[in-house]
Structure formats: C-alpha cells, structure tokens
Ligand binder design. Sequence first.
Ligand code: LLP
Length: 419
Amino acid sequence: MDHFSLIDGELHVENVPLARIAEAVGTPVYVYSTATFQRHARVFRDGLKDVPRTHLAFAVKANPNLAVLRLLANEGFGADVVSGGELERALAGGMAAKDIVFSGVGKTRAELAQGLDVGIGQFNLELEEEGVVLAQLAAARGIRAPATLRVNPDVDAGTHEKISTGKAENKFGLPISEARAIFDRLAPLPGLDLRGIAVHIGSQLSSLDPLEKAFSRLGDLIAELRAAGHSITHVDLGGGLGVPYRASDNPPSPAEFGAMVARVTRDWDVELMFEPGRVISANAGVLLTQVLWVKPGVVHPYVIVDAAMNDLARVALYDAYHDFEAVRPTGAKMIANVAGPVCESSDVFAKGREIDVVAGGDLAIFRSAGAYGATMASTYNSRPLVPEVLVSGDRFEIVANRISAATIMGAETVPDWLK
Ligand code: LLP
C-alpha cells in the first residue's frame, strides 16, 4: 500500500497535489511519501515479530537521501553501507555507528580505517585478505573489529542476472565450501572479533525458495563452525525481497518472509541482521515528469517526457518496468512508446504500452521509483542532476536541490596550456 492516489481526479502524494510540486520545483523531480516509508518500515518489522533479536539495517544504496535516512533512523533502522560516502551519510542521517554494517566486495584500506575510527557495528568480509588487513588496522588502534564472513551459497536467486549475487560465478562472497578453513585462519587474529556469517543472494526476489535454500545452507555452516569450536553469535541475512512494480506482480510479503525466517532460524540462537532496501523504499517514491511532445511514430506514437535514462536508469539497465500514469487522467487510453530526451535508443521507458492519453504539457509519473532511482542518476548529456522532494501530510520540502549544468561545470577546469 502507498499514499499516491487520485483525489478529485488528480494524483496526490498524501494530501499534496503533484501538480503543486511540479509548479514549485519544476520537473523532472523525485517525490517521496513519508507515510509510505513509515508504513513499509513498520510492515517489515512486524513481519519479523516472531523472530527474536533482530536488527534492521536499511540498504543505503537504495535511497541515500539524508531526509530518508533520518526518517528511517527515527523508525529504529540502522544502515547497510558499501562505501565511505554511504557511511558518512548514514551517520549524518542520525544512524548510530553501532547500528551500521559495512558490506561490499571492494572496500579500500581507507574505508576500513574510517569504519574502525567511527566504531561501526560490523564489517562483512568478502575475502580472507580483507580480514587480515582489517585485523592489522584494528590491532594498530588497540581494538578488535567486529566482523562476519560473507559466504556465497551458490543459489540461483531467479532474478535479473545484473542483480543476482549468490551464484558461485558472481563476484560476491566466499565459496561456502571454503568458509570453515578461512574462519579457522582468521578467527585467531587478535584484531578481529570474527563472530558470524553473512549472505545476500540478489535483489527483487519474487520467490522465497532461493532465500530459504540459502538460509538453510547457512544453518548447516553455523553447525559446522560451532562443531569446530567457533563462537557464532551474529548472522546477517542481507536484503533482496521483491516489490510489485505492476498490478499483476505478487512478490512474497514481509509477513511470509518473516514466517519463513522464523522457521529456518528457530534453533540458531544468534543476533539476526537484515538489510532491506527496495522493499522499504521502491513504492515510497515516484518520478514526476512533464510530457514535452507526442511525436508520431511509424508503429506507435512516442510520448517524449522531460525525464530520461540519466534520471531513472533502471529501464535502460535492467529492462525494468515502471508504471506510467497521467497526473490528471481522463480515463481514455492510448498505445504508445514513452521516451526521454537523451540521445540513445535505450532511453525508452515503455514500448507499445497502453497508457493514459497524454498531450504536450501534461504531467505524469513513473511509479515505484523510490529505490535505485535518484541514487543512480547521472548528468549524462549535461542534464541537471534531478532533485528530490519529501511530502508529509499536506507539507512538502525539497530534500535535494536540482544541480545545474553550470554548477557541475564549476568543478572542471581548462588547463592554461590550452588557452
Ligand atoms: N545487502 C547487500 C549486500 C546488497 O548488495 C543489496 C543490494 C542489499 C542489501 C539490498 O537489496 P534490496 O533489499 O534492495 O533488494 N540497482 C539495482 C539493484 C541493485 C541491488 C544491489 N544490492 C536495481 O535497480 O534493481
């Protein structure tokens, strides 16, 4: 459920008409709903009510806007970060260092040191050498780094290959078959508090089966590690729960996910960490755009909108589907392509789709854009960086400014020897 709905024939976010935001801020612009974020955060937590000792770390990569992080910190979320920049954001957003977990296959030495210096709660190690370096950095500071080993369970998540992470050939995690030997070698290092394992097999998962298979393999590994004398107190189950992008999508609910987790982890006796991203944020945001032209096409007309692949990259990258709806729908429909202004054939959001009838000047939205939307935007074609607005009830505020091409040019210089 979300709070983007028609009131008197006009799309609103909570109680604010989208047309009012377009007038005040211009388009394209991402618009988020506070109530929807809060609802998703609470539904996810509720789903885990039968699982003891859970910790929720929002995957910052899904939506790193500071206001969003603050909202989720207020809901009791920590953060899953994958760079020094995300770590700074999580702290600035009000997440406590102890509630931050550092994931990622290529953490630099500087980023490991940064995590140690601010005292984050957990490092998820991706390879043995990273553990050795982290142990040295921690020992030099006279501390022990809290860490888990991220294992690759070799499970097919059944999702788009570009967002699949848990197959043996993917770059993520240690082969589960080698985890025991690596644990044996890393656990004695004085700079490490190696206390558990982590997994994340992919994103936008539409079935619980691959997750259950991965978690069961972790259960076996926990038993094996304990039998070898290791103390396993923390397990990180990652993120990945899918969301509906179209009416016919029926991904597992947080309640179904929670029931499966409760069953599989019943005897684990550990602190359990979760790293949800998309399920919290995707349907809490839309990309608001204006139709520039309706250009006749050979097969279908092209609805050219002022948002483009640089603002919302998911369609060009993963053939993703985002619903397109008029802000003031008349009820009439047309078959059309929807495309942005960027000079690439992949800058097409929909092909031959039945959409609301729109004309030049009309406002429209792409739904489900609150996850992996603004955060993946670029300035390709020297387009401004898309702004973000947060709505709460009948208020709204710009929570990220539009960054102009001129501002971006300000970071560039022409060497004297060219002048
Ligand atoms: N934890 C780890 C270690 C991850 O790599 C990810 C996502 C998450 C948690 C959060 O997963 P979620 O709950 O959001 O599925 N840009 C792509 C998605 C990339 C996901 C990368 N990792 C997209 O737009 O579909």
